[in-house]
Ligand binder design. Sequence first.
Ligand SMILES: Nc1ncnc2c1ncn2[C@@H]1O[C@H](COP(=O)(O)OP(=O)(O)OP(=O)(O)O)[C@@H](O)[C@H]1O
Ligand SMILES: [Mg+2]
Length: 378
Amino acid sequence: MPDMETLLEQAFTEIPFDESGRHLLEAEAVTGCVLKGDEVTVTLKLPDDEPLRRKISGMVEERCGSIPGIKTVSIKMADGASAAALAKGSTAVPEKGSADPAASQPGPHGSQPHEPQRPTSNIYLDNYDAVIAIASGKGGVGKSTVAVNVAVTLVKMGHTVSLFDSDIYGPSLPIMLGLRNTRPKIDGNSIEPIRKYGLDVLSLGNLVEEAAATIWRGPMVHQVIEQMLRDTNWPGGDFMVIDLPPGTGDAQLTMSQLCDVAGAVIVSTPQDVALLDAIKGVSMFQKVDIPIIGLVENMSSFICPHCSQETPIFSKGNAQKAAGQYNIPFLGRIPIELAIREGSDNGVPVSTLDEDSTAAQAFRSITETMLRELEALG
Ligand SMILES: Nc1ncnc2c1ncn2[C@@H]1O[C@H](COP(=O)(O)OP(=O)(O)OP(=O)(O)O)[C@@H](O)[C@H]1O
Ligand SMILES: [Mg+2]
């Protein structure tokens, strides 16, 4: 039995958008699809043509409603939505003026069917001295842990820092910062970042309900990230740290296109498989002209909290070797420590606690090296 995401995608591909034969996905007419229990909310971006809107909405209702397991289908129009609607669980993208790439009508017949409409200039977050992306090709290697602790360390050094969670598939910053169920203030279409540990933070996890299973396609990823960049009242300052999802996909491309990223920090564990993915990440950033600030080796070795003996579980040192091979600065290593994992799960990053702990020192040393390398990039 195919999963619900596949069934919904299939339903959208069975609904014709126009006479040229394009279906709803090819026409990029579905900008949001949120599944909660047996209820699905579909956001549609359709031309301002009332009969067409009624016809397509009816078909979506009927086709999605016939999927076993779906009892209620709610339809929203993207142009009638607001940031407040997003906070209630909609993935709709408010459309503002003609400069908004997401607001443009679907491209002419024959254009790339799944390519989102994208801007040609970098426009967001230009009120920060440096936008730093924390990335890796592989999942679960510690990107979010590094992003949070580096951001907190920068604050401790006296910088003004914001932190943006661009992982819209699995946003983890709300948990790591103790901001579960915390909602930002929303005034009309403007979202105020949440203040925590001296940071200005926003994550999609603070806008949609945690339990909402969210289905995103490439163009939607672009639109949701753009909305969070555009509609958030980012205060500006010294650094914007961006926590990226794993891989080299849409979120990475979107960030490179929508902001002037000063550089990327690549996180890897020392195993070969992780390093292979890290190198893929490096070449992806190089292709989109984002400089690599350096490589961090996370989970280098395990230090026993009882006897202090060090065990190199994942062959400590491999990331440093790889950095040398590929001519990338090595920023330092972080041991596997219970305190780091507990800090993440409890919403109290280890760097906010004892500054003399091994973990906090490791993050401090990495942050200092990162700043030196960033400066060297000019
Ligand atoms: N050095 C470390 N010591 C102990 N636990 C760690 C360490 N680094 C990360 N972890 C734990 O590993 C898990 C994965 O870390 P994290 O969420 O930061 O990875 P990620 O790369 O952001 O994952 P994803 O790809 O899902 O976004 C978390 O539970 C985190 O607390
Ligand atoms: Mg993460």
